[in-house]
Design a protein around this ligand. Structure first.
Ligand SMILES: O=c1ccn([C@@H]2O[C@H](COP(=O)(O)O)[C@@H](O)[C@H]2O)c(=O)[nH]1
Length: 131
């Protein structure tokens, strides 16, 4: 169930066990906008399923607040035009060059590029993953 903040603003609360952040929905007269795409395809689908249950103008965009994995790994699944700051876009482009299998995550934790918390949450949220 989506939580309703006002007639125009809804959200799905965060779920800390697998580091799923809050996702938002802002509903306009002509179109609606999602805020952040979720930390996995499953997270994005769960949110989209809830959005489909309410009577709102069609969702046209997803606004990405920042580049952290937990806000962007649902982007492909949402299949929406995305809006972000240029620096966020650049960072996402870099993340797309990385591999996300367990060994690659472990290696980036070892070098300090990734933090252990993110690595373990990615493994928990997406035991098998194609990102
Ligand atoms: O280096 C980092 C540090 C944190 N994260 C992720 O960000 C969240 C906390 O910040 P949010 O503003 O809620 O994204 C944390 O749970 C990590 O998943 C990161 O990706 N990289």
């Amino acid at each position: 169930m989506l939580k309703k903040l006002s007639d125009k603003v809804y959200y799905m609360p965060q779920y800390s066990e697998t580091d799923r952040p809050t996702l938002g929905l802002i509903c306009g007269e002509n179109f609606s906008v999602i805020v952040d795409s979720g930390n996995s395809p499953a997270h994005a689908r769960d949110f989209l399923n809830l959005v489909e249950q309410i009577d709102i103008a069609p969702v046209k965009f997803v606004v990405i607040t920042h580049w952290h994995w937990d806000h962007i790994f649902g982007m492909d699944t949402m299949k929406l035009l995305s809006i972000s700051h240029n620096q966020t876009k650049d960072r996402i482009e870099y993340l797309k060059t990385l591999t996300w299998d367990d060994a690659s995550l472990d290696s980036r934790v070892e070098t300090g590029e990734e933090i252990e918390f993110c690595s373990s949450m990615i493994k928990l949220e997406m035991p098998t993953r194609i990102i």
